[in-house]
Design a protein around this ligand. Structure first.
Ligand SMILES: Nc1nc2c(ncn2[C@@H]2O[C@H](COP(=O)(O)OP(=O)(O)OP(=O)(O)O)[C@@H](O)[C@H]2O)c(=O)[nH]1
Ligand SMILES: [Mg+2]
Length: 202
């Protein structure tokens, strides 16, 4: 089964994207597999509406486990399964908390094994702070790494927020030659295009 990994800086909307994309693909509840370098593996069956308030938060590094779920995509007259993997946010700085450093290392390890990379950036942040602060060195490194994969797509998130379009334009300029899709993980704008692109890569 193909592995699609969702990576990006902390707080860009990775977890909300994963849950709402699962919902967009028709899931009402999902089995989430949690993988922690400390606690090992566990899994939980949960409705998407229960999972959102539990797993999505506006403080950085809400996600410290690898959280994966198996989803299905329409495929001709049948369906195709793939694994969607949510990760810990990757930051430029070396965090002083060892728990966060280890969780980031775990994300990098999973990135190596993935077939397709969905790289999430925050268009609103890029519009507000400018590209020098809104796009991190880590984002350029993820983009370089993504070229080695079967598929690499940039999802420029939070397009529903004011002036976010300017951020999307800037991101498109900064990553020439890459597929960039403006999305809102909140309103599901752009999800149809993500599904189409993903379908070709799976
Ligand atoms: N307006 C708006 N808010 C969003 C969108 N996507 C995410 N958010 C908000 O951004 C915050 C962070 O979302 P998360 O999904 O937890 O982000 P994350 O990248 O998983 O964060 P970490 O796990 O901490 O790395 C939450 O308050 C979300 O509600 C979006 O498309 N539009
Ligand atoms: Mg998260």
């Amino acid at each position: 089964m193909k592995k699609v990994i969702v990576v990006g800086q902390p707080n860009v909307g990775k977890t909300l994207f994963c849950l709402n994309f699962a919902e967009f693909l028709g899931m009402q509840s999902v089995t989430i597999n949690f993988e922690s370098y400390e606690r090992g593996c566990s899994s939980r069956v949960i409705t998407i509406s229960e999972a959102r308030p539990l797993l999505v938060n506006d403080h950085e590094h809400q996600t410290l486990d690898i959280q994966s779920m198996v989803l299905t995509m329409p495929w001709g007259k049948s369906v195709k399964q793939f694994e969607l993997i949510d990760t810990t946010g990757l930051a430029d700085r070396i965090d002083f908390e060892s728990q966060i450093r280890k969780a980031m290392a775990q994300t990098l390890q999973f990135m190596r094994q993935a077939d397709v990379v969905f790289h999430i950036l925050d268009c609103f942040k890029v519009a507000q702070l400018g590209y020098l602060k809104g796009i991190g060195e880590i984002d350029y490194q993820i983009a370089q790494f993504g070229q080695l994969k079967k598929g690499y797509i940039i999802l420029a998130n939070k397009i529903d927020l004011p002036q976010a379009q300017e951020g999307l334009d800037r991101i498109t300029l900064e990553f020439p030659g890459n597929k960039v899709i403006g999305i809102s993980a909140l309103t599901k704008k752009g999800f149809k295009e993500v599904r189409e692109v993903a379908r070709q890569l799976l």
